[in-house]
Design a protein around this ligand. Structure first.
Ligand code: ATR
Length: 277
């Protein structure tokens, strides 16, 4: 029987997941469908009911997007360590009547940077802006890549410190205020994990953090040259990228987790890429 998968979010109209997973399924010859479901925002509990009903009707797995990642995590029977640190799930698997929660956002991000952009993180200086949900998802995969130094800048520094405390002691990671960055030198990679780009804003990052030979990475995708990427380009940063590769790589991780076969990502990334300018 054809296996069923879906992405659930609200709104869900602009999701690229059915296209991405459809291309993966064609390439790897998997007998599966992948739908988009608009999840209910209320009443409380309605989201979990829809997820359980999908699993009970034979669904094998789901991707979860805004605003349901926390609810999906909370309702799961089992959770990966990555999902637990993020407190959020972006992928679920239905297995023997149980719901397993994963979070592939961070690993997709690191894979895009290291494999697709060809920027190994080991022994590099890495700066991440933001300490919200996106940053939480990225922290463990970043630390696993063994950068020489990993700094998290956030307006609310207590939030950044809480994130580091939750991760436990795993390598060289510390929090700082944006104002401290002026005296902290250049970073090989600067990642914008804030939600500032969604409103067209620029985090208060000084241009001195960028290295011309380095990379500036924007988690948002399809928004062309965001204020963050524009700043990086204006100071001469060679490598600038948005999150389209991360989107496809996290999907590939989920696909491999569900199906046991890893799809190719290059052609799918090229197909979804919106030129930055
Ligand atoms: P989510 O969980 O959806 O990522 P969030 O938890 O509200 O949302 O986190 C948003 C992140 O973007 C936070 O790190 C936030 O910084 P603060 O914690 O200091 O508020 C950051 N952020 C949002 N708008 C920003 C802006 N204009 N400049 C800098 N940081 C911004």
């Amino acid at each position: 029987m054809t296996d069923q998968y879906a992405v659930i979010g609200n709104p869900i109209g602009h999701t690229k997941s059915p296209l991405i997973h459809g291309l993966f399924a064609d390439e790897t010859k998997q007998d599966m469908t992948y739908a988009a479901i608009e999840g209910p925002l209320e009443p409380e509990g309605a989201f979990a009911d829809v997820v359980r009903a999908f699993g009970a009707s034979g669904g094998k797995g789901m991707n979860v997007t805004a605003p349901f990642k926390l609810k999906a995590f909370a309702m799961a029977d089992e959770r990966s360590e990555r999902a637990s640190l993020a407190g959020a799930a972006n992928a679920l698997k239905f297995e023997n009547g149980r719901i397993v929660a994963e979070n592939f956002d961070g690993i997709g991000l690191v894979r895009d940077i290291e494999v697709n952009l060809g920027v190994p993180l080991e022994a590099q200086r890495v700066l991440m802006l933001g300490a919200g949900g996106a940053a939480r998802g990225a922290l463990l995969p970043f630390l696993a890549a063994r950068p020489a130094e990993f700094v998290i800048a956030n307006r609310d520094i207590a939030k950044a410190n809480a994130l580091i405390a939750d991760a436990g002691a795993r390598g060289s990671v510390r929090a700082c205020a944006y104002g401290d960055l002026e005296t902290m030198g250049r970073y090989d990679l600067v990642v914008n994990a804030t939600s500032a780009s969604l409103t067209g804003d620029l985090p208060p990052v000084p241009p001195t953090v960028f290295s011309p030979e380095g990379t500036a990475y924007e988690l948002a995708y399809g928004k062309r040259l965001t204020p963050f990427l524009r700043l990086a380009r204006n100071v001469g940063v060679r490598g600038i990228a948005d999150g389209v590769g991360m989107l496809v790589e996290q999907a590939a991780e989920a696909f491999a987790w569900w199906r046991g076969v890893r799809p190719q990502t290059r052609a799918v990334i090229d197909r979804l890429t919106v030129p930055l300018d």
